[in-house]
Write a new protein. Structure first.
Lengths: 295, 325, 442
C-alpha cells in the first residue's frame, strides 16, 4: 500500500513541478502579437495554397494587418465573402473583385492533334518542356503530363483520357492560380467566371501561321481574323496569328464561336446550345443592312 | 516507320534492375539453402517452403488488397526475406511459427513502412527476433546434424548456447570449446539454425555477390575484423571466461548476418565510410552482447540496432563533392 | 571517383572518314553556339561562296557563321531545330561548289606556327571556330582568359568516352599531324604553355599515331597521355582532375586552376582556320547504329538536313526507335528529322526500342549506385527527391548546380528512377537563383 501511495505522491508532485516549469517558460518567451492576426487567420479558408501570393493564410494575415489598405491583398479562394470578413475585422474598405476560374486554352485533343513522336521520359510537363516542344507538331499546346493536376490542391483538375487535356471542375476551382504557375506552356489562364458561369474564350495559343497551325492541329486557331472582324464589341484581337477575347469587353453574343472555322472558340455554361445557322443568318442580315446604309 | 521515341539523356541503361540484383542474391543464397535441405532433410525443406511461400503470398496480398498498388512480388525481395528468415530458424520450428515470423517480417517490418526501400529494419531479422522473444522454446531447439539427410540427427543447443549455459554453471570456456575444432565449425557439424551451420556455403555465395558487384565487401569485412579484434584482447586476458576470435567468427550466424543481412541495400549505409562504421558498430555490439548480454547470440540484435542509425550514418558520411574539398 | 563503364560499342571505329555529298539545300542556324545568336549579314537572293561570312557575332560571346556551300540565299526564316524549337535559319540553295578565294584546299601540311599569339586567336575568331566537344563555346573566348587568371596547361581532349562515337578517333588517326599542329597553335595562342593530348586507352592506334606525329613534328612541350577508360573521362572537370590533379571548384571555370581544354575536333578546326584560312564549315559525324546496313564516319557540311545524311546511309532501317544527335549518354533525341546539323553535331546514333526504351520506375532500394556513379560526388537519389518536392534551397545546399548531366546516375539506377530528368529541373532553378542573387549584388 505504501508503495502505491508513494508512487501516487511522486507522480503528482512531478506533474505539478513540470507544469510550473512549462508555465514559467511559456511566460518568459511569450511573443506579443497583434490579436487581429489570429482573427484574420480564422476568417481565411485555411487552405494555405499560396494563391494570394503569400506563403500561407497566416502570412497573408500578418501582412494584411500591417498593410495600409487591402488593395494588394486578395484571397482568390475565399473570394469576396472572405475578404468582406477580413475587411470588417481590419476596418478597411473592400473592393469587390469578379470571381475567376481557370480556363484551359488548348483544345488539341488526341484526335485533332496527332502525336508525331513518343515521349519516354519522366511524366512531367516541365521536364518535357525543357527537352523539346512536345510530342505533337504544335509547339504551343498542352503537353498532357498533368503538372497542373498535380499542382491543384483542390482536386479541381483532372486529365481527360479521351482528349489528353486537363478538365477544370468549376465547382471546385478556387482560382488560386497554382495551375497557371505550374504550366510551362502557359496554357491555363484565370478568367472572370462570367454571369452564371457563361464565358467565351479562344481555346488555342498556336502562334504559327495558319497552314502550319492547321497541319499540326485540326482545332487550332489559324489567325484568320474572322472573329476579329465580326465582333461588334471590339473584344477580339488577333496578335501573332492567334486570337484573344478580352473578357472585360465580351458581351457573350457567341457570333465568333459560330463563325470560327476550326472551332477554336469555346462558349461554356450557356443554357442553350449554339444555333450556328441562326447566328450566321443574323450576321448576314446585319451586314446587308449596313451595306444598304453605306450606299 | 513507327513514331520515334524522344526522351531526355541518357539513352542507354545498364543491365542492372532491382529484379536482377535480387535474383543474384537468391543465387548466392542457394548453396546454403541446398546444404540446409541436404543436411537437415525434410524439416528444413518445410521451414524453407513455408517461409518463402508465406512471405511472397503476404506481400502479394498486402500490395493487392491493402495498398491497392501494382504487385512488387516480381522483384524477388520477398523471396530473399523468406529464405533469410528460414535460414535463421531451426528446422524443427513448427510451420505456424514460421508463418507468424513471415507475417511480422513482411507485414510489420516491411509493408507497414511502405514496402521495398522504405523499411528501417531488415524484415527477416525483425521476424526472427520477434520469434526469438515470443517462442523461445521452439527457437532454441537446435539440432546437430549428423551425416547426410539428417537421418540420425541429435538435438542439442548451439555452441554459443552451450557456452552461455556453461559459464552460468562455472565451467571453464576452454573445456567447453574443446569440443569444437574449427573444421567441424566450418563444415557444420554443430547445432544451429539452418543457415548458421554452413559457413563455407555462405561464404561462397558472398564471394559470388562481390564478383557480380551486387554488394561491396566493406561492411562484411569490417564486421569480421571488429569481431576478431574485439574478441582478441578479452580472450588473451582470460581465455577461461571469454571465447576466442576465430570461434566467434564461425559461430552464431555471424557469417550469415555479416554477408547477407547487414549488406541489405535498404537497411545499410550507402557510402563506403558509412558502411565501415556500420560494420564496426555491428561487430562491437555483437561481441558485447555475446560476452556480457543475457542472450547467447547477438548478431541479430546488433544488426537491428545499427539499422536504426543508418539514416544518421548516411547523413554523416557523404562522399566528398568534386571541387569542394 | 564515380563514373560508369558502359560497353564502348565503337562499331564504326574501322570506317575511314568519307565526304558526304553536298545536299541540294542547307539550313544554317544563327544559334549554333553558346552565347548571343549571330546576326545574318546576307540578304535573300545573294550569291554566296563556300567560306563566305553570312552571319556576324551577335555579342562578345558569339561566333561568325560561314556559308558551308556555294549558292543562293533562298530565305532567312524561322525553322524548327531538332527539338522542334524555332530559330532563325539561313536557307541556301546549292549551286556548284565554289570556294572563296584565299582558302587553301590542298592537303599540304603547314607546320610553321605564327609568332604572334593574338594573330592566332584573331584568325580562330574569324574562322568561326567553336568548341566541338559538345558545348560549342566560342573558342576565341576560351583562349582569352579574363585578367588575373593564367593558363598553365592546354589539354587536347581526345577521350571520346561516350559509347558508339568514333569521329574524334578517326580524326586522331587520319589527321594526326594536323591535330598536333592545331595543338601547337593553341599552345602558342596561350603563350607557349605545355600541352597534353589526352586519349583513352581503348584507342591504342590513335595514341601511337599521335605519338609518332608529335615526335616527327618536334614541337616543344607537347605530350600524349593515355587515360583510363571510364565514362565521363572526357568531361572537362574530370579530365583536368585526371591530367593535372586539380579540381575545378563549383561554378568556377577551368582557367581558375590554370587549364584550358579543347576538343580534338576543335584542334583540327583551329589548324584549318589558322594555317589554311578555312573557316569551320564542316565537321566529322559518326553515323552508327546496329540496325544500319553500314557504319560511317562522314565529313558533313554544317547545315545539312539530318534526313539527307540518313538517306545517304540507306534510309532509316526498320526497327529504329530513337535517333540521337550525339552520344547515347549525353546526346539529344531528335524529334524533327528536317532539322539541320550544327557546328557541334558529332554523331547520329540510331537505337532500337530494346536498346533505349526506359523500364518502368520502381521504388528506390537505397543501393547507393547512383551516388557511387556520380563523377561529381553528388547524391542523385537525394537531389531527385528534393527536386520533386521543389525544395530549391535544399537542392542548392546539396550542390544540384554542380551536376554535369553526364547521365551516370540514371544509367546505373536498378530501379529505373528518372533521376537526371528531375535533377535537371532542380539544377535549372538553382542556377537561376544564383544568377538572380549575383544580379542584385551588382
Amino acid at each position: 500500500m505504501s508503495v502505491l501511495l508513494g508512487t501516487v505522491v511522486v507522480v503528482t508532485v512531478l506533474g505539478l513541478v513540470l507544469a510550473l516549469v512549462l508555465y514559467l517558460v511559456a511566460q518568459r518567451f511569450k511573443v506579443e502579437e497583434d490579436p487581429r492576426i489570429d482573427e484574420v487567420e480564422k476568417a481565411m479558408p485555411g487552405a494555405n495554397c499560396g494563391g494570394c501570393g503569400f506563403a500561407g493564410c497566416r502570412a497573408f494575415a500578418e501582412s494584411a494587418v500591417k498593410a495600409p489598405n487591402l488593395d494588394s491583398h486578395f484571397c482568390p479562394v475565399g473570394g469576396n465573402e472572405t475578404m468582406g470578413k477580413v475587411a470588417a475585422i481590419l476596418g478597411y474598405q473592400l473592393k469587390e473583385k469578379a470571381p475567376m476560374v481557370a480556363v484551359v486554352r488548348c483544345n488539341g485533343s488526341c484526335e485533332a492533334r496527332p502525336r508525331v513522336n513518343e515521349y519516354d521520359g519522366y511524366a512531367s510537363c516541365y521536364v518535357k518542356s525543357l527537352l523539346y516542344t512536345g510530342d505533337t507538331a504544335c509547339s504551343y499546346g498542352c503537353l498532357g503530363c498533368g503538372d497542373c493536376v498535380e499542382a491543384c490542391q483542390f482536386g479541381a483538375l483532372s486529365m481527360d483520357p479521351a482528349t489528353g487535356l486537363p478538365v477544370v471542375d468549376e465547382a471546385k476551382c478556387t482560382a488560386c492560380g497554382a495551375c497557371v504557375k505550374a504550366c510551362p506552356k502557359h496554357v491555363i489562364e484565370l478568367r472572370p467566371k462570367g454571369p452564371r458561369g457563361m464565358r467565351v474564350f479562344v481555346s488555342c495559343l498556336n502562334k504559327d501561321k495558319g497552314p502550319v497551325a492547321r497541319k499540326a492541329c485540326a482545332n487550332a486557331c489559324i489567325g484568320c481574323g474572322i472573329c476579329e472582324r465580326t465582333c461588334t464589341h471590339a473584344a477580339i484581337k488577333v496578335d501573332s496569328n492567334v486570337a484573344y477575347i478580352d473578357p472585360a469587353l465580351c458581351k457573350l453574343c457567341r457570333e465568333c464561336e459560330a463563325l470560327c472555322p476550326t472551332g477554336a472558340i469555346h462558349g461554356v455554361n450557356f443554357p442553350k446550345p449554339l444555333d450556328k445557322e441562326g447566328v450566321k443568318e443574323r450576321i448576314k442580315a446585319r451586314t446587308a443592312k449596313k451595306e444598304v446604309k453605306d450606299e | 516507320m513507327s513514331k520515334l521515341i524522344v526522351s531526355p539523356s541518357p539513352h542507354i541503361h545498364s543491365k542492372d534492375s532491382t529484379r536482377s540484383l535480387m535474383r543474384d542474391v537468391v543465387i548466392a543464397l542457394s548453396p546454403a539453402v541446398l546444404c540446409s535441405v541436404l543436411f537437415y532433410g525434410l524439416g528444413a525443406l518445410v521451414v524453407m517452403g513455408v517461409s518463402v511461400a508465406s512471405c511472397v503470398l503476404l506481400e502479394w496480398a498486402i500490395t493487392k488488397y491493402l495498398l491497392k498498388k501494382p504487385s512488387t512480388v516480381g522483384d524477388f525481395s520477398a523471396v530473399i526475406t523468406g529464405i533469410l528468415l528460414a535460414l535463421n530458424l531451426p528446422y524443427t520450428t513448427p510451420w505456424w511459427v514460421v508463418f507468424i515470423g513471415a507475417v511480422v517480417a513482411i507485414g510489420v517490418a516491411k509493408m507497414s513502412f511502405g514496402g521495398l526501400g522504405q523499411n528501417i529494419w531488415n524484415p527477416a531479422l525483425v521476424g526472427r527476433v520477434f520469434l526469438l522473444v515470443s517462442f523461445p522454446t521452439y527457437m532454441t531447439n537446435w539440432t546437430i546434424p549428423h551425416g547426410w539427410f539428417g537421418a540420425d540427427a541429435v538435438s542439442g543447443p548451439t555452441p554459443l548456447g552451450i557456452i552461455q549455459e556453461g559459464i552460468m554453471q562455472g565451467v571453464s570456456i576452454k573445456e567447453l570449446t574443446a569440443a569444437y575444432d574449427y573444421k567441424s565449425l566450418l563444415l557444420a557439424n554443430i547445432g544451429g539454425s539452418s543457415g548458421e551451420a554452413f559457413v563455407l556455403a555462405l561464404l561462397a555465395g558472398f564471394v559470388y555477390l562481390c564478383i557480380r558487384k551486387v554488394v561491396k565487401p566493406w561492411i562484411t569485412l569490417s564486421i569480421f575484423a571488429t569481431v576478431a579484434l574485439t574478441a582478441l584482447p578479452f580472450w588473451l586476458i582470460n581465455p577461461d571466461v571469454y571465447t576466442g576470435p576465430i570461434f566467434n567468427l564461425l559461430t552464431g550466424g555471424l557469417v550469415l548476418g555479416a554477408c547477407f543481412m547487414a549488406t541489405d541495400y535498404v537497411t545499410s549505409p550507402m557510402s563506403v565510410k558509412g558502411g565501415i562504421v556500420f560494420g564496426v558498430g555491428i561487430g562491437f555490439l555483437t561481441m558485447m552482447i555475446r560476452y556480457f548480454g543475457s542472450y547467447p547470440e547477438g548478431v541479430s540484435f546488433a544488426i537491428l540496432i545499427m539499422n536504426s542509425v543508418v539514416p544518421l550514418l548516411n547523413r554523416w558520411f557523404k562522399q566528398p563533392k568534386f571541387g569542394r574539398r | 571517383m564515380g563514373g560508369v563503364h558502359p560497353h564502348d560499342m565503337k562499331i564504326s571505329r574501322d570506317c575511314a572518314l568519307e565526304q558526304l555529298p553536298v545536299s541540294p539545300t542547307v539550313y544554317l542556324g544563327v544559334a549554333q553556339h553558346i552565347g548571343a545568336p549571330s546576326v545574318p549579314c546576307v540578304a535573300v537572293g545573294d550569291k554566296v561562296k563556300v567560306g563566305q561570312v553570312i552571319a556576324q557575332p551577335g555579342g562578345a560571346v558569339g561566333a561568325f557563321i560561314h556559308s558551308s556551300v556555294s549558292g543562293t540565299v533562298k530565305s532567312i526564316a524561322s525553322r524548327p531545330d531538332l527539338a522542334g524549337r524555332c530559330t532563325t535559319h539561313i536557307e541556301i540553295a546549292v549551286e556548284g561548289d565554289e570556294w572563296l578565294e584565299g582558302i587553301d584546299t590542298s592537303d599540304t601540311l603547314l607546320t610553321t606556327i605564327p609568332e604572334d599569339p593574338k594573330a592566332i586567336v584573331e584568325k580562330i575568331r574569324l574562322g568561326g571556330v567553336v568548341g566541338l566537344g559538345g558545348a560549342t563555346f566560342p573558342t576565341h573566348v576560351k583562349l582569352s582568359p579574363p585578367p588575373g587568371s593564367k593558363c598553365e596547361r592546354i589539354i587536347i581532349n581526345g577521350c571520346e568516352c561516350e559509347p558508339y562515337l568514333t569521329s574524334d578517333f578517326r580524326v586522331l588517326l587520319e589527321k594526326s599531324e594536323q591535330v598536333v599542329v592545331g595543338a601547337a597553335l593553341l599552345q602558342k595562342a596561350m603563350g607557349g604553355v605545355p600541352c597534353t593530348i589526352a586519349i583513352e586507352e581503348n584507342k591504342p592506334e590513335a595514341i601511337d599515331s599521335i605519338r609518332e606525329a608529335v615526335s616527327k613534328l618536334g614541337y616543344a612541350q607537347i605530350e600524349v597521355m593515355e587515360m583510363k577508360m571510364m565514362y565521363p573521362q572526357g568531361g572537362e572537370k574530370q579530365l583536368i582532375d585526371a591530367v593535372m590533379h586539380r579540381q575545378v571548384g563549383s561554378g568556377a571555370l577551368p582557367i581558375s586552376v590554370g587549364a584550358v581544354v579543347q576538343n580534338v575536333g576543335t584542334a583540327l578546326a583551329v589548324y584549318e582556320a589558322v594555317q589554311k584560312n578555312k573557316p569551320l564549315i564542316d565537321n566529322s559525324v559518326t553515323v552508327t547504329g546496329a540496325g544500319l546496313p553500314r557504319q560511317a564516319n562522314l565529313l558533313v557540311r554544317v547545315g545539312t538536313p539530318l534526313q539527307d545524311i540518313l538517306d545517304y546511309m540507306g534510309g532509316i532501317p526498320e526497327g529504329t526507335a530513337k535517333i540521337i544527335s550525339g552520344g547515347p549518354m549525353m546526346g539529344r533525341a531528335v524529334a524533327n528529322l528536317q532539322a539541320a546539323t550544327v557546328k557541334g553535331t558529332g554523331a547520329l546514333l540510331l537505337l532500337s526500342e530494346e536498346q533505349t526504351r526506359r523500364a518502368p520506375e520502381t521504388s528506390c532500394i537505397r543501393c547507393g549506385k547512383c551516388a557511387d556513379a556520380c563523377p561529381m560526388g553528388l547524391e542523385p537519389f537525394l537531389l531527385n527527391k528534393l527536386s520533386k518536392t521543389k525544395d530549391w534551397e535544399a537542392c542548392e545546399a546539396n550542390a544540384a548546380q554542380d551536376c554535369i548531366e553526364c547521365g551516370c546516375c540514371l544509367y546505373s539506377c536498378p530501379a529505373h528512377i528518372p533521376l537526371l530528368d528531375n535533377i535537371r529541373v532542380g539544377k535549372g532553378f538553382v542556377l537561376s537563383a544564383i544568377r538572380a542573387r549575383a544580379a542584385t549584388k551588382k
